[in-house]
Ligand binder design. Structure first.
Ligand SMILES: [Zn+2]
Length: 337
């Protein structure tokens, strides 16, 4: 039995037909975890669909109306890059309910994994890049509204920049601050910190991503780490460590939303970084160890993963559960208080 819950529904499947986004991966991850004895049936909890009121905490009434009525324009549908149907909307609403449930469980158990979600390219007024509803942004706003948290941090490790999230929690006054002395300053990676000086921002956003990749316009996160093509394990992990330390020096979150994209993988069809499967597991461990040492609850979403072999995507996502089990099972807890 795991020391935390896994949020999953068989209705996470997105009926989008033949697509590079393999919507059957959610089921395959669950099967893998059960087959390998990492998890058992009792570890899984089934989410309820998010309410329209919760979604409206992030998305505009007009956009939500279009989703519910099926009145997106052809251009809006094209931008989403997945076919519209009421069933697809239902699935996104369920992934969003899953992120809300995962955030609630994380506050109780220190960590919780939503085995879906991570739709970070969804903006308040439109969707794009396979993302219709920004599930974890909704989860943050829902928990704030219910008085469960005041401040949250997003740590987005998908290979693509979290543009929707940056806009949802952003509009900071830009104050670029390049840190040239970082661990990989000589190899081309750049970290840009945009301080939210004087603003009332209660959500701090971190994104580590490949610079030369979608989205080509990258609205500023609180910290953006623009990684060079081909960036490998050691360099990536050093930058992640650097970004987490820097973020946690500036901001004290009561919840971390970790977007554990599988697409920084070296054999991903939509990514140009070169992380190994072992390196991606170390990435997960690093996030969990840092959060645990500071007693900050973590909710996890899965996000992208388009490996040439679906088994690799499944392994990478399954390893996030293994990494959490290893970190949160160890006895040396509560080091920071
Ligand atoms: Zn991605």
């Amino acid at each position: 039995m795991l020391p935390f819950k896994l949020v999953y529904s068989e209705k996470y499947f997105l009926p989008i037909g033949e697509h590079i986004f393999r919507a059957d991966k959610f089921r395959l991850i669950r099967e893998r975890l059960l087959q390998q004895g990492v998890a058992e049936d009792a570890d899984f909890v089934v989410p309820q669909t998010a309410t329209e009121a919760d979604v409206l905490l992030v998305h505009s009434p007009l956009y939500v109306k279009k989703l519910m009525e099926g009145s997106l324009s052809a251009r809006e549908e094209l931008e989403m890059e997945i076919p519209y149907s009421p069933q697809v909307v239902d699935a996104f609403m369920l992934h969003t309910g899953g992120s809300i449930l995962a955030a609630e469980h994380a506050l109780e158990d220190s960590v919780c994994i939503n085995m879906g979600g991570g739709f970070h390219h969804a903006f308040p007024e439109h969707g794009e890049g396979f993302c219709m509803i920004n599930d974890f942004a909704v989860a943050i706003r829902a928990l704030q509204k219910r008085g469960k948290i005041l401040r949250a941090m997003t740590v987005d490790c998908d290979v693509h920049q979290g543009n929707g999230t940056a806009v949802i929690f952003g509009s900071p006054r830009p104050k670029p601050n390049t840190l040239p002395s970082g661990p990989a300053a000589t190899s081309g990676a750049r970290q840009r910190t945009t301080m939210t000086e004087g603003s009332s921002n209660d959500v701090f956003t971190i994104s580590l991503h490949q610079e030369n990749n979608y989205p080509f316009i990258k609205p500023p996160s609180s910290i953006d780490v623009n990684l060079p093509d081909g960036c490998g394990d050691a360099e990536y992990l050093a930058w992640l460590d650097n970004a987490l330390s820097s973020g946690l020096r500036q901001f004290e979150p009561q919840l971390i939303c970790y977007v554990a994209g599988a697409d920084p993988y070296m054999d991903d069809q939509l990514g140009g970084l070169s992380l190994s499967i072992a390196g991606l597991k170390q990435r997960d461990e690093l996030v969990f160890r840092v959060a645990r040492a500071r007693d900050i609850p973590v909710m996890v979403t899965y996000a992208g993963g388009y490996a040439n072999h679906i088994e690799d995507t499944v392994t990478i996502h399954s390893n996030t559960v293994v990494a959490a089990a290893e970190v949160y099972r160890t006895a040396s807890s509560r080091t920071s208080r």
